[in-house]
Design a protein around this ligand. Structure first.
Ligand code: HEC
Ligand code: HEC
Length: 109
């Protein structure tokens, strides 16, 4: 493996561990972000987004968890390309009353 040429967040020591955690973290393969002929290239927007995510994760771990690797891609992504949206509040959303309608009735006991 040649030395990495275009690391802006990760280090030559840790970057491969991060790369190999991404398929499980996001459910995507290497070519989701990389031009497989030139992995140093930033031509894919997914790679540019991922770099920002890596900086965010590093920042959270450094500032909130004493530099320990507590938060990872999986923490939010749970194996999905895009993290799930929050569920609709109880009684709202599909099948519930229209937004702005009366509050949902108390559950029957
Ligand atoms: C979700 C996007 C994403 C996926 C998927 C991904 N990578 Fe990366 N990869 C990146 C980012 C972002 C960088 C640059 C990190 C930085 O700037 O510190 C990088 C850097 C690299 C580099 C260093 C390239 C250089 O010369 O600078 C290699 C090699 C690499 N990845 C291999 C892999 C392999 C192998 C896989 C699959 C197991 C993989 N990557 C999956 C986003 C990804
Ligand atoms: C704090 C929660 C959080 C963490 C941690 C996180 N992400 Fe994300 N990520 C998101 C959200 C939310 C979106 C969707 C943004 C949108 O819908 O536009 C996203 C979107 C992305 C996308 C774009 C997907 C697409 O289809 O366009 C990539 C790539 C990505 N994240 C990579 C990563 C990687 C790699 C890591 C770990 C280094 C990571 N994320 C960690 C919250 C997170």
């Amino acid at each position: 493996m040649p030395a990495p040429k275009n690391l802006k967040v990760l280090t030559p020591q840790n970057y491969m561990g991060v790369m190999f955690s991404i398929p499980a973290g996001l459910g995507v393969r290497c070519d989701f972000c990389h031009n497989m002929e030139d992995r140093a290239s930033d031509e894919k927007p997914q790679k540019v987004t991922a770099r920002k995510m890596m900086a965010m994760v590093k920042n959270i771990n450094d500032t909130q968890f004493n530099g320990e690797q507590k938060v990872s891609c999986y923490t939010c992504h749970h194996g999905e390309q895009k993290p799930a949206a929050p569920p609709a509040p109880a009684g709202r959303g599909p099948g519930g009353p229209p937004a702005g309608g009366p509050p949902p009735a108390a559950p029957a006991r």
